[in-house]
Design a protein around this ligand. Structure first.
Ligand code: HEM
Length: 380
């Protein structure tokens, strides 16, 4: 009797597994077919601003400040995103000597020009956590002494050109409306439910949930061994581009980082300290741009879609060096905390475009001013 029951159960489980595999396969096939139909070009090369976009911004700012207050570290108010820094580093950004003439715009106008810069490396989470936790890793670059009128009329940032990136190539929402509902749910602690806003399956954002899960990736051994993406598009003179920063160890003297102890909470900072401060070995990157080809599905208004590299490959435009340096002092860490990066600290030639970038303009400014005032920061 018992044997019969086991056999029946075994057959039933086998059938169930087979059915699930077939359903999953069909779902995958249908999904792939649907997206290759939906994501086919041509697309607009202009911004298309939804009428109701502005009304979401204020709610998002309020939710961001709610998150900032939820995650206060003792008495200091941290960033709403990328709260934990691995260090603020001095950097040099040198425009390629033989940069193609059609890419010479804004800070890339003069081949061979070297800009002094600050680079802040970070974990993505709103709350500082152990570096081994799955997370996005951020890189923010601030070029200094950049002449020319900027897009944000802020006297403190009048001479700055910022580039703000993290190490996944796609964003987990498509537009401001979706960001508002997703972020509000996440601020209420509904991390996965944020992608399933109602019982109506048409509102389910499974593809975006997969992007969010992939964004939360294991830490690299060091912040200088991962690629950072702009994800959202920007202007480069007349072009629409995305940019990224890739490690370019070949441009630096040979260096091999001793394996870090990844159980330590701040091993990413320790890796930087080991390479730049103890071993006095610089780190090298390349800044690259990818031009939009609007004949293909390379949308301006949906940063959840990567632009296909086989159609439009990235081109190197500048080299970035983090020289050997001492960076881990309490003064420099405080200075770093009080810096404010914003993709709109920019020359018009590098204008951020697309809904997510339009949203970032007001939110970054509001949150950085809020935390700086709360911390009574002396430096910005
Ligand atoms: C393309 C997508 C995005 C990328 C690549 C990105 C990347 C980053 C990075 C690297 C930082 C840390 C900057 C630093 O080191 O100080 C940051 C900060 C921040 N991000 Fe984003 N982010 C994106 C989208 C968004 C969106 C859609 C929002 C909300 C509207 C947002 C809100 C913030 C805020 C409030 C801060 C802190 C600003 C401050 O207090 O100075 N980000 N982001």
């Amino acid at each position: 009797m018992l044997k019969k029951l086991w056999l029946w159960l075994g057959r039933w489980l086998a059938k169930l597994t087979l059915t699930l595999v077939v359903v999953a396969g069909l779902g995958w096939g249908l999904g792939t077919a649907y997206y290759s139909w939906k994501f086919s070009g041509p697309v607009s090369s202009e911004e298309q601003i939804p009428l109701d976009e502005d009304r979401y911004t204020q709610t998002i700012i309020e939710d961001a400040i709610r998150v900032v207050e939820q995650h206060r570290d003792n008495t200091r108010v941290l960033r709403d995103a990328h709260a934990k820094a691995h260090g603020c580093l001095k950097a040099e950004v040198s425009v390629l000597q033989d940069l193609a003439p059609d890419l010479r715009h804004g800070v890339l106008q003069e081949p061979g020009k070297t800009w002094q810069a600050w680079v802040r490396l970070s974990n993505g989470n709103a709350y500082p956590q152990f570096d081994r936790a799955r997370d996005a890793r951020g890189m923010a670059i601030k070029l200094l002494d950049v002449p020319g009128t900027k897009l944000l009329a802020s006297p403190q940032h009048a001479n700055e050109q910022d580039f703000v990136m993290f190490n996944h190539p796609a964003f987990f929402v498509r537009d401001v409306a979706e960001y508002q509902s997703n972020f509000a749910a996440q601020a209420d602690g509904k991390k996965v439910l944020a992608f399933f806003p109602s019982w109506d399956p048409r509102s389910w954002e499974v593809r975006h949930l997969i992007i969010a899960l992939k964004t939360l990736s294991p830490a690299p051994q060091t912040p200088v061994q991962t690629t950072y993406n702009s994800i959202a598009p920007f202007k480069l003179g007349p072009h629409n581009i995305k940019y990224r920063v890739i490690p370019a160890a070949e441009n630096c003297p040979n260096y091999s980082l001793p394996a870090p102890n990844t159980d330590l909470p701040n091993f990413l900072r320790s890796s930087l300290y080991q390479q730049l401060s103890l071993d006095r070995s610089p780190a090298c990157f390349a800044l690259q741009v990818q031009k939009q080809n609007p004949q293909y599905y390379m949308p301006i208004e949906d940063p959840s879609v990567e632009w296909d590299e086989s159609i439009s490959p990235f081109q190197t435009v500048a080299l970035i060096t983090l020289p050997a340096q001492d960076f881990d002092s309490s003064e420099q860490n405080l200075f770093c905390d009080n810096l404010a990066f914003n993709p709109w600290h920019a020359l018009p030639e590098h204008r951020p475009i697309g809904g997510i970038n339009r949203l970032r303009k007001a939110v970054y400014q509001a949150v950085s001013i809020y935390r700086q005032e709360r911390n009574q920061a002396q430096t910005q």
